[in-house]
Structure formats: C-alpha cells, structure tokens
Ligand binder design. Structure first.
Ligand SMILES: C[S@@+](CC[C@H](N)C(=O)[O-])C[C@H]1O[C@@H](n2cnc3c(N)ncnc32)[C@H](O)[C@@H]1O
Length: 281
C-alpha cells in the first residue's frame, strides 16, 4: 500500500500505528544522533528553530519557567531541548517504548520531566495540570484522524493566555509523490475522513527495518487544521509556511541549512512546512 484510501476505524488504525512506532524506537535511538546532546548547550535543530519562532509570543521572549506540554514527544529529544530552553516539561506519547527511552535520556542529562502514555486525542483526561505552552512538531497530526478532537485537547490543556505552537509537514507536500522525478501529486490534499494506508519496512531515520510495516495516516488541509484550532476557541496569532524540512521527504531533496529542500529551481513552487501559533484567550 502506498497511500491508498482505506476504510478503517480509529481504534484499529491507531493500534497498527502504535505497533509500528514501538518498532521504530530502537532504530531512532540509534539514528537520531543522541550523542550531540552531550553538549549541554545543544537544543537540536528543530527546537532551536522553534524556540526562536515562539519567542515573540512568550512573556519576556523565553520559555524559562513556563510549564510546557509536548504532544507526540517520541523518544524525547526535542522535549529535552525544550527543557534546556528553560521549560518545565511534560511529554505525551502513545508509545510506552518511546517514553521509556525518553525517560532514560532525560535522566542521563539530569532533566526532570513527566511522561504520560496515552492517545493524544484523549490527552486532557490523562495529563495532570494546565500549561503555559502546548507544543507539537514535525510528523505529528498526519497520525490523527480527528483534528477537532485534537484541538479540543490542546485548548483544554492550556491555561487562559497560554500559547499553542505547531510546526509540521505541509499538507501540500504530503500530496506529492516523493519517488517521482518531478513535482507530481499522488495523494489527496483535502480530507474526507478516510485513512491512507502505507506499507514501509524502513523508517525515515537509519536503515533498520520494522516488524509492523503497515501504518495509517490522514491528510489534513491547512484550512482544516486552522479551523479546528479556531473551533476549539483558540485565537490565531501567526501562520507561516516554509521551504525547509528537518527530514528528507524525497530523494530529490537537497541538503540546505536547517535540513532539506527541493532543488533551488523548484523551491518556490510548493511549501514544505506550516507553522501555527495560537493562543487561548
Ligand atoms: C514523527 S514522531 C514526532 C516526533 C518528533 N517530531 C521527533 O522527531 O522526535 C510521531 C510521534 O507520534 C506518536 N503518535 C502517533 N499517533 C499517536 C497518538 N494517537 N497518540 C499519541 N502519540 C501518537 C508516535 O508514537 C511518535 O512518537
């Protein structure tokens, strides 16, 4: 399966995805370059970018002293970066293996953190406390079927005045055929609630294989994401689109500062990322 539309319920699709993400944990522990964090000043490229992008919307321009909830935190690398930028952190993920890895990694670097294992679509029921910042990034919402339910969790986790930040793959990028020798669409841009099924033995980092190759993802038009957040009562503060991705979506992408991009002649033709900053009034 390569992005074929399939009829499948959320619980069944989520369980297939969870098994796949559990398999990726040891592969990503080996491939994510964890040694770089031995330098206590290292935040990681994603967090370095995002902390700067969030700064204008934060009190005093910093995460220092703020309670931050990182949704879909995976093995905690970016979560540790956010802690190093000054936040008190809670990481949420549905993969027990990813959270165990994150906890080991945090302990190794002397970072105090709370880790919560749950479906992000049920996060409010599982996470204790309210947050100044809710953060999620890079490969997050495509795993979720229902963005209205997701946005309701985000809003309920935030304190009044709290900030939500997401930077993720752009849905126009995800509509493209990554294997084509030119920019060419393959998948739906617009959502109709139907999942797309993928079979991939390899993950985006390292060259090990997974035992559970089947995953399900859901396309979400940019308007769907923004309207879900507005519908949950958040106020839009900023919307950006970018041309540089932190991972190589297509073998045709070239390495540039901050990640990967389409060859220069095509770079202005299609966005690679979007960023939304929103606030709970
Ligand atoms: C691409 S990673 C995000 C990772 C982060 N940007 C990084 O590279 O460390 C996606 C994460 O979402 C988690 N995930 C997927 N679906 C989820 C769900 N329904 N509830 C909670 N976590 C989920 C996976 O376990 C995985 O850790």
């Amino acid at each position: 399966m390569t992005g074929d539309d399939v009829a499948i319920g959320w619980a069944e699709a989520r369980e297939a995805n969870r098994l796949n993400w559990e398999d990726r944990v040891p592969l990503h522990e080996a491939a994510y370059g964890l040694d770089a964090y031995d330098d206590p000043a290292y935040l990681g490229p994603v967090v370095e970018h995002d902390v700067a992008a969030m700064a204008p919307f934060l009190p005093g321009g910093t995460l220092r002293g703020l309670d931050l909830c990182h949704l879909q935190c995976h093995i905690g690398t970016d979560t540790i970066g956010l802690a190093r930028a000054g936040a008190r952190i809670t990481g949420v993920d549905f993969s027990a293996g990813a959270l165990a890895s994150a906890a080991r990694f945090a302990a190794k670097h002397g970072v105090e953190a709370t880790w919560v294992e749950c479906d992000v679509l049920d996060a409010r029921a599982h996470v204790t406390g309210d947050f100044d910042v809710v953060y999620t990034s890079i490969g997050a919402i495509t795993w979720l079927a229902d963005l209205d339910r997701w946005a309701a969790q985000v809003a309920a986790l935030l304190r009044p005045g709290g900030l939500f930040y997401i930077r993720d793959g752009h849905p126009a990028l995800y509509a493209l055929d990554e294997a084509a020798d030119h920019l060419s669409t393959r998948c739906r841009y617009f959502a109709d609630g139907t999942a797309q099924a993928w079979d991939a033995e390899y993950t985006y980092a390292g060259d090990g294989t997974v035992a559970h190759p089947r995953t399900y993802e859901w396309p979400h038009a940019l308007s769907e994401t923004v309207n879900a957040l507005l519908g949950a009562g958040l106020r839009l503060e900023r919307l950006d689109e970018g041309t540089v991705l932190p991972w190589r979506f297509s073998p045709r992408m070239v390495e540039v500062e901050g990640g990967y991009a389409w060859p220069e002649a095509e770079r202005a033709l299609v966005p690679c990322t979007f960023t939304v900053v929103a606030r709970r009034p």
